[in-house]
Ligand binder design. Structure first.
Ligand code: GLC
Ligand code: CA
Length: 585
């Protein structure tokens, strides 16, 4: 072994101090996102459901995660795959019944898994009882005041009340018409997303009371927490002023200023009049008070596409939410200096409010990271990839994806995994456009392909029709034939498979207490720009994002390596696009 590195590993640059090992469960939890329509189908109609999930919970227990977050399964016309809720207190028949939910929760708890459900408070479905009541009553009625109805501009009110665009494309306003709505007063309603997702008016006390009651409904049933959808969008600036910025969930706008060093690493703000208004924090304080009435460390996690990180940290102040997804990390790509800056800034801002960081690389809204990292520019962040687009390099993406995951799981804090990433699943990058369902595809006239490619039903069994996702072989979106190799049963017990890598990482993470550990830059790698080397207790996490191998310290015990099966084992040197966990004392 070459002794290229200095052996004195003293005075590392601390970026985060260890947490109490006996703190609340969510501080270091690994939380697995289940997207119900695509996880497992229990009744053979091709759409995943709650009984299907319950039957497969053993997979999650064996994987070694702490909790499951379920994307929406509530009553919904499915205009945005359930993020358009018609009844917050019932299960959509597509997914089962409330009794099926109770059975899922009981089974999960028996297996030691916590359950977090999705809360969608920014908007309801246009098929929610409240919206129907609003259409039945005149402008100015209390029923309309639950939403954001306004008169139009121009002499005949035929221009929208302001110039906002919908995040899914097209205008953010729809005018009521006799034909479509049975209403002839010509008012407009605001929808930051699809026209079937009218925004609620969160200045209305009735709206606030209703959602506190919805929280209690699910807390009483025993859920362990809530993932809060569009947590940065619920309050709009007074007067709904025009805005010329670009409305996007996944990119910041350019109108902020970057005085704070943490701001410089994570964008310059996403502060249009519909995002990140100070008023949202009052709502979360009231929700926190509701959760605090319950035992069992119930939690709230914010989906807030807020920049910079210092603004995001405001959502996790001690009397607000518990966690917020770290999308700055997700968006950074494959760039060691940039990742080091995001990691350091994340700890700095979160530690300043006493909250854990919450690492994430994939979810149901972004191109899967095993494919994203195989794109020529992993920061290009396309909203979907189609057959006509440049295709990601599948092997490179998987190699980097596994390395990125091993980096993420080696860092203290909480971590979110998206279903299928434990199989190394790539994005479906050649879906037939005729099968697409994401409203963003339709509202942009196909300019954005949308998120269907990361929502394809999971492959469980290589040899079965539909890869074992449903008994009939039906799948609501087709699975690529190449997914046979990614099926769970094809990887189970196979040394070096992605599934076994994730299992081993989660086992070690727990055994070594990495989630509650500290983080310090390893001085031996100072000046090696393409390396991220973090000491977490006795474990040294080293990721090589460069193109040439780098030396590893003498005498270190190799605990785990992210390299693909068939790679030369990491020994004295760490190959390109690989992460290792070492024990060095
Ligand atoms: C969140 C969800 C996304 C949904 C949107 C509107 O961003 O993650 O899937 O389309 O909110 O509810
Ligand atoms: Ca089904």
């Amino acid at each position: 072994m070459t002794a290229v590195l200095p052996q004195a590993l003293t005075a590392p640059a601390v970026v985060h101090h260890p947490d109490a090992a006996d703190g609340p469960w969510w501080r270091d939890a690994v939380i697995y996102q289940v997207y119900p329509r695509s996880f497992a189908d229990g009744n053979g109609d091709g759409i995943g459901d709650l009984p299907g999930i319950t039957a497969r919970l053993g997979h999650l227990a064996a994987l070694g995660v702490d909790a499951v977050w379920l994307s929406p399964f509530y009553r919904s016309p499915q205009a945005d795959a359930g993020y358009d809720v018609a009844d917050y207190r019932d299960v959509d028949p597509l997914f089962g019944t409330l009794a099926d939910f109770d059975a899922l929760l009981a089974r999960a708890h028996d297996l030691g898994l916590r359950v977090v459900v999705d809360l969608v408070p920014n908007h309801t479905s246009d098929e929610h009882a409240w919206f129907a009541e609003a259409l039945r009553t005149p402008p100015g009625s209390p029923e309309r005041a639950r939403y954001l109805f306004r008169d139009g501009r121009g002499p005949d009110g035929s221009l929208p009340p302001n110039n906002w665009d919908s995040i899914f494309g097209g205008p953010a306003w729809t005018r009521l018409t006799p034909e479509q709505h049975g209403v002839d007063d010509g008012q407009w309603y605001l929808h930051l997303f699809d026209s079937k997702q009218p925004d609620l008016d969160w200045t209305n006390p009735e709206v606030r009371a209703e959602f506190e009651d919805v929280l209690r409904f699910w807390l009483d049933r025993g859920v362990d927490g809530f993932r809060v959808d569009v947590a940065h969008g619920m309050v709009k600036a007074d007067g709904l002023p025009d805005w010329d910025g670009h409305v996007s969930m996944i990119e910041g706008s350019d109108d902020g200023d970057a005085a704070d060093p943490a701001d410089a690493v994570s964008g310059s703000g996403n502060q249009g009049p519909m995002f990140d208004q100070d008023g949202v924090h009052e709502i979360y304080r009231s929700w926190r008070a509701v959760l605090d009435e319950y035992d069992g460390d119930r939690m709230l996690v914010a989906e807030a596409w807020v920049e910079p990180l210092s603004r995001l940290a405001r959502y996790v102040r001690p009397d607000e939410m518990h966690q917020a997804f770290n999308f700055a990390f997700l968006a950074t790509g494959w760039d060691a200096p940039a990742l080091r800056r995001v990691i350091a800034a994340s700890y700095a801002v979160n530690d300043s409010v006493g909250a854990p960081t919450t690492w994430v690389l994939s979810n149901h809204d972004v191109v899967r990271h095993h494919s994203r990292l195989g794109l020529p520019d992993p920061t290009s962040r396309p909203n979907g990839i189609g057959a006509a687009d440049e295709q990601p390099d599948e092997e490179l993406g998987l190699r980097r994806g596994r390395a990125a995951t091993l980096l993420l799981l080696g860092l203290p804090g909480s971590a979110y995994l998206y279903q299928g990433e434990e199989l190394g699943l790539p994005e479906h990058t050649a879906l037939d456009d005729a099968l697409r369902q994401d409203p963003a595809y339709f509202r942009t006239g196909g300019a954005e392909l949308g998120r269907d490619g990361c929502r394809v039903p999971l492959p469980w069994s290589a040899q079965e029709p539909g890869f074992g996702y449903s008994a009939t072989g039906d799948t609501w979106l087709p699975q690529p034939a190449s997914w046979a190799a990614y099926a769970a049963d094809a990887q189970d017990g196979v040394p070096g498979s992605t599934l076994e890598l994730y299992r081993a990482a989660l086992r070690l993470r727990r055994a070594e207490g990495l989630g509650t550990g500290g983080a310090a830059w390893e001085p031996a790698y100072d000046g090696q720009d393409h390396v991220i080397a973090v000491r977490n207790g006795d474990v040294l996490v080293v990721a090589n994002l460069g193109s040439a191998p780098v030396p590893l310290p003498d005498g270190a015990e190799l605990l785990l390596a992210s390299g693909l099966p068939g790679d030369a084992p990491a020994g004295a040197e760490l190959p390109a696009d690989t992460t290792v966990w070492l024990r060095t004392r």
